[in-house]
Design a protein around this ligand. Structure first.
Ligand SMILES: Cc1ncc(COP(=O)(O)O)c(C=O)c1O
Length: 409
């Protein structure tokens, strides 16, 4: 049986698509990019994404072309992508940032018209639908991350259309996997348990501060150090995961490890709890969407497809950086802040800059990604900290379905 096929079968039943198991979503995305894009191809993507994904695209020997985004959810704004850019891209990669869906129907229409593949990064979006159809079923291939969905610290899938493509990708994956080690498997199994213990014992704040002081976090700020000269020197070796390893492995060193049954067994158990988890997420989204800080995009979403079970709820706040610091006092560690946008982080040497990065800059500087599983704690902490709602200075059209009354907390 192919590696991870039991987990893949569970995902196939959920999604209705053929799935390849991978130890991470980043490896799943790399597989898709390698399978469908020739080296040198240009990939349209949002500048508001994990830096790791930028490095995955570079490792596949591709050129990231940064798109304009919506100021309300940080995803690609297809209508603002210039015609000249559409004519010059070879693929599109969505983000579904925090679980808020991309304009996937419109993007697919563009891709079909141009005859280019659409890749869905569904790492944040297992609980999101568009027109009743799950994210991850619109594009040529879609990557999912169990680290995000079930806090597994490992695991992912690449969803594709047919069994023949799946088998082909399984072989490509097997070539990229590194051998299993019991020590890595134990660490991968124990880390999520240690994390829930820290939460249960209210140790989040001291543990986080200690890691910070000891320099054990892989990022000093919201983004990792680019090490531009070293990165530039790798270009000649791409496509190669090995060349880009120091960047691609950040936060998940086992991203290409052939984990054994200990890790996969734990992931199977966690996947069995996924629907319960999504229900809890939806309840947290419901609470946070009724606060003054919720992005109006959330209300528009709720109007169309009901409340999504988001990975994080995009709240828009003034003085976001100071708030992130102060929230640690309330045992809330805010991750997944992608600031600055990739235009400013990587520059023209590594990416093609978007025509107007102002919406991306504004969103990146004001979004507070709130874990819906901690909705009560976060809403209480923001109230105590007197957080104020951020409004873009350049008026942007508010999504249609802004609710008539927005409650404060
Ligand atoms: C948008 C997005 N896509 C993909 C990934 C990669 O997921 P994984 O850690 O499973 O490789 C991340 C990681 O944070 C992410 O934020």
């Amino acid at each position: 049986m192919p590696y991870g096929s039991r987990l893949a079968a569970t995902m196939t039943r959920r999604l209705g698509r053929e799935c390849v198991y991978t130890p991470s979503a980043r490896l799943a995305l790399y597989l898709a990019l390698r399978r469908w894009c020739r080296p040198g191809a240009r990939v349209l993507m949002s500048p508001l994404n994990d830096d790791v994904i930028l490095f995955v695209v570079l490792a596949a020997a591709l050129r990231p072309v940064l798109a304009p985004v919506s100021v309300w959810d940080g995803n690609i704004d297809p209508a603002a992508v210039p015609e000249s850019t559409w004519r010059n891209v070879d693929a599109v990669l969505t983000t579904n940032l925090y679980g808020m869906p991309d304009h996937v129907v419109e993007l697919r229409r563009h891709c079909e018209a141009l005859g280019i593949p659409l890749f869905e990064d569904a790492a944040h979006a297992i609980g999101t639908h568009v027109d009743g159809q799950p994210i991850g079923t619109f594009g040529k291939a879609a990557a999912f991350s169990l680290s995000k969905h079930v806090a597994g610290m490992a695991g992912g899938f690449l969803a594709v259309d047919d069994a023949r493509t799946r088998r082909e990708l399984e072989l490509l994956r097997d070539d990229l996997l590194t051998p299993r080690s019991l020590a890595t498997d134990l660490a991968t199994t124990l880390r999520p348990l240690a994390r829930s213990a820290a939460h249960t014992l209210h140790l989040v704040r001291p543990v986080w501060r200690t890691l910070q002081r000891l320099g054990l976090l892989e990022r000093d700020g919201f983004r990792m150090d680019l090490h531009a000269p070293l990165l530039a020197a790798c270009a000649g070796r791409a496509p190669s995961l090995t060349a880009y390893e120091p960047w691609v492995r950040v936060d998940l060193h086992g991203y290409r490890s052939r984990h054994g049954s200990l890790v996969r067994g734990q992931l199977a158990l966690r996947m069995a709890g996924l629907d319960r988890d999504l229900t809890r997420r939806r309840a947290g989204v419901s609470l946070l969407s009724g606060t003054t800080w919720a992005s109006p995009a959330l209300h528009e979403r709720a109007e169309h497809d009901g409340l999504p079970a988001l990975f994080r709820v995009p709240l828009l706040v003034d003085d976001r950086d100071a708030l992130v610091e102060r929230l640690v006092r309330h045992s809330v560690v805010s991750g997944y802040v992608y600031d600055p946008p990739l235009d400013d982080y990587a520059g023209a040497e590594f990416v093609e800059l978007s025509p107007d990065p102002s919406a991306a800059r504004w969103f990146a500087a004001h979004v507070l990604p709130a874990d819906p599983l901690l909705a009560h704690r976060i809403a209480g902490a923001l109230t105590r900290e007197r957080a104020t709602t951020a409004h873009p200075s350049v008026p942007a059209p508010v999504p249609e379905a802004t609710p008539p009354a927005i409650l404060g907390h």
